[in-house]
Structure formats: structure tokens, C-alpha cells
Write a protein that binds this ligand. Structure first.
Ligand SMILES: Cc1cc2nc3c(=O)[nH]c(=O)nc-3n(C[C@H](O)[C@H](O)[C@H](O)COP(=O)(O)OP(=O)(O)OC[C@H]3O[C@@H](n4cnc5c(N)ncnc54)[C@H](O)[C@@H]3O)c2cc1C
Length: 372
């Protein structure tokens, strides 16, 4: 372990490594500290959907830019790391499972057609069944969006980590337990068994970011939100689209990924702390939702059931920028259900901020100071 780096990043998930990758490929010396193993939490178990069209508001432009950056970066990262991130490009079909959903979904088609790079159109039920006869006949149509991406989030996190190492990043397996200051300037990170000196510290602890409130002397309002995913045997022939709907009032994705399994995702559970035990309730609920959209799945055997945690903020937007009142400490977290999509844009913005003190990307409104 080196005694010193320009930047020390705490947290080896997609956010920590996306920042490390950018910084190191532009010449900074960087150490990433990870307590467990690479991609062992949400970054390794997320669905892996990259779809910037399904969120509006101020975050929208960052999501679109990140999608474009993924398209440019994936090939480079795969080459530098030797890891295949298993990208599939496919249509997204948002089903109207109830007649009352039709007006909103038609409005979505109109909105998405106003975005550059995405095409959308309304499909009547018979058009959907012609495209995919295994979808339930009990539908009222749906909105199709062309060319969204699906990848393996564990492979992406590993690939980003290994590409970062290719550019000189050092990965230290250990637990950060505090920050070392000279006056109010961060000059190092304390580990359970040592210390690394640095000019800048980045907090990228995902759902554990609240732990750093004590280290940085400021409230970091991040809570874990449990999410479970069920994988069942794949369909034959494979399902070539990402099907989404809101059966029984709850969101559900059905998608066949490059691992061959059909993924049913995901539950959203607040208030369960750091519990990541897969639950029978989630298994039953996701199975029911999946079967409502694609009845054939009823007979498909369970392959894997996983649970992990999204890092969420009180207003649902990420926290990106400097820690107010301290010099040399930065934070990037609170990405909720979009962290895999947002990795590249967060990497770019945070690397700019750390090395030049500013960024042209529109992250100012996502500062931690909005909660004070
Ligand atoms: C069920 C589910 C499905 C999802 N699907 C999608 C999707 O399809 N598309 C999408 O874009 N996003 C998706 N997400 C969201 C995405 O997974 C997260 O936003 C993202 O992974 C968060 O990344 P992170 O690096 O901030 O956190 P994490 O992946 O949690 O990484 C944080 C790391 O910090 C480490 N750490 C914590 N404390 C310390 C310490 N003291 N010292 C050292 N290391 C420490 C942890 O061990 C951990 O590895 C999904 C999330 C869930 C739960």
C-alpha cells in the first residue's frame, strides 16, 4: 500500500471506480479503499438497465449525457480491462396493463420523441403480441422506446476497476475509519490498519455514506433502500426486449440478459436498514408481477434471488460536489436506482471538480448544502 496518493476514494462500487478511472486516465495518482470486495453490493447486483428516457426533471440531462458516455466508453473499458460487460441493445416496451394507463403512456411517447437520440411509438395490443407472443393478452397497448441498453453491472464494475488499475489506480482492501485533517483541510484517510496521505478525499460509500457524517462533521442524509431481484430460467427463443409494467401497483421489469436467465426486477423497500437477506415476500411478489406480464414464466424454475441496497437521499437526487466547510473532501452518492447509468457522468464531473476546482457539467444543484 502506498503511503501517499493525490486522491483517495473511499468505496469500491461503480461510483468510486468511475471517478478513479477518470482521474487516473488524466494523470492523477489514485487509491480506492474497499472494505469488502469489488462490486459486492448494489454495483454488482443491479439490473444493469441503461435507460435515460424514463426520468424527467433536472437530472434528465445528466442521465442522457451519461448514456452517451457509456456508448463511447464501454469499448475502451472492455479493451483496457479484458472484461466483457455483456451489453445488449434492445427495445423497451412499457405495457399498459390497465386501460387507465393509456393517456399517460401516450403522453410519454410524445415526450420521448422530443428527445434527441430516442424514438418512441405507441403500440396497440395486437402489434405487441405480434412482436412477442408470450406477453399476456390482457394488455391495453404499450409505449415502445428503441435502443436502450442492458449490461451486466458486476462485469461493468469489475471492468471499470481493472481499467482504472491499467491507468495506475491502487486498490486497497481495507476499511476506512476516518479522515486526517490539517486545520480544516483533509490530508489523509485513516484505515483500520494504517493511513494514506493525500490532497483530496472522495466519499463514495454508497448506502453507508451516512457513516462519514462523523468524519466530515456534517449530516450526510443517505439511507439504504432494499431492492430484490429474482432470476428464473430463460425463455426459448430468448426474449429480445425489456418489458416493463406496473402490475398490482408495483413496478416490474422482465428481461432476458446475456447470462441466459430471465430477470424479474425489482422490489423497493424503505426502512429495512442494512438487511440484505432475500425474502419470501419479494420472491412471491416478483413472481406474480412477472407472470402477470408474461404468463409462461409461471413454469420457470428459480435460478437466483438477490438483495442489495440503493443509496437514497430525502429528495431522490444524488449528492455530488464538495463537503461544505472543509477543504479537499468531495462526495458522490445518492444515485438511488440510477447509479449504473450515472457512473460515467459522475466520474467526469467529479474528476473535473477535484483537479480544476470546477466543472462545466450541471451538478451545482446536487450539492450537499441543499439539505442544510
Ligand atoms: C435491486 C437494484 C436494481 C438496480 N438496478 C439498476 C439499474 O438497472 N440501472 C442503474 O443505473 N442502477 C440500478 N441500481 C442502482 C445502482 O445499483 C446504485 O445506484 C449504484 O450501484 C450505487 O453505487 P455506489 O458505488 O454508490 O454504491 P455501492 O455499490 O454500494 O458501493 C459502495 C461501496 O463502499 C464500500 N464501503 C462502505 N463503507 C466503507 C468503508 N468504511 N471503507 C471502505 N469501503 C467502504 C462498500 O463495501 C461498497 O462496496 C439498482 C439498485 C438496486 C438495489
Amino acid at each position: 500500500m502506498s503511503a501517499r496518493s493525490d486522491v483517495v476514494i473511499i468505496g469500491g462500487g461503480i461510483i468510486g471506480f468511475s471517478i478513479a478511472y477518470r482521474l487516473a486516465s488524466e494523470g492523477s495518482s489514485v487509491t480506492v479503499i474497499e472494505r469488502d470486495s469489488i462490486g459486492n453490493h448494489a454495483s454488482g447486483f443491479a439490473l444493469g438497465l441503461l435507460n435515460p428516457t424514463n426520468e424527467t426533471g433536472h437530472i434528465e440531462s445528466l442521465n442522457h449525457l451519461s448514456f452517451k458516455m457509456h456508448q463511447e466508453l464501454i469499448g475502451v473499458i472492455q479493451e483496457e480491462s479484458g472484461v466483457d460487460v455483456q451489453v445488449l441493445t434492445m427495445p423497451h416496451v412499457e405495457l399498459a396493463l390497465d386501460e387507465s394507463e393509456i393517456p399517460d403512456l401516450k403522453a410519454e411517447v410524445h415526450r420521448i420523441n422530443g428527445l434527441s437520440r430516442f424514438n418512441s411509438r405507441w403500440l396497440e395490443p395486437d402489434e405487441i403480441l405480434k412482436m412477442e407472443s408470450r406477453i399476456s393478452e390482457d394488455i391495453f397497448g404499450g409505449a415502445l422506446v428503441e435502443n436502450i441498453m442492458m449490461l451486466d453491472s458486476y462485469n461493468l464494475t469489475l471492468a471499470t476497476a481493472q481499467a482504472a488499475e491499467f491507468h495506475g489506480v491502487e486498490i486497497v482492501l481495507g476499511e476506512a475509519i476516518g479522515i486526517v485533517y490539517a486545520n480544516d483541510r483533509a490530508v489523509g484517510v485513516k484505515l483500520r490498519d494504517g493511513q494514506i496521505n493525500c490532497d483530496a478525499v472522495v466519499l463514495a460509500l454508497g448506502p453507508w455514506s451516512g457513516t462519514a457524517s462523523l468524519w466530515a462533521d456534517i449530516d450526510i442524509p443517505i439511507v439504504p433502500q432494499k431492492g430484490e431481484i429474482v432470476r428464473v430460467e430463460g425463455l426459448d427463443p430468448p426474449l429480445g426486449m425489456h418489458v416493463h409494467g406496473v402490475p398490482f401497483g408495483k413496478s416490474c421489469s422482465v428481461v432476458q440478459k446475456a447470462d441466459g436467465a430471465t430477470w424479474l426486477a425489482a422490489t423497493v423497500q424503505d426502512g429495512s436498514g442494512f438487511d440484505v437477506a432475500p425474502s419470501t415476500e419479494a420472491l412471491e411478489s416478483l413472481s406474480q408481477r412477472g407472470v402477470r406480464m408474461m404468463p409462461e414464466l409461471e413454469s420457470h424454475q428459480l435460478v437466483l434471488h438477490t438483495a442489495c441496497m440503493r443509496p437514497v437521499t430525502p429528495d431522490g437526487n444524488p449528492i455530488l460536489g464538495r463537503i461544505p466547510g472543509k477543504e479537499g473532501i468531495f462526495i458522490a452518492t445518492g444515485t438511488g436506482g440510477k447509479g449504473i447509468l450515472m457512473g460515467p457522468v459522475i466520474g467526469r464531473a467529479m474528476a473535473d471538480l477535484i483537479t480544476t476546482g470546477e466543472t462545466a457539467l450541471e451538478i451545482a444543484e446536487f450539492g450537499l448544502d441543499r439539505f442544510s
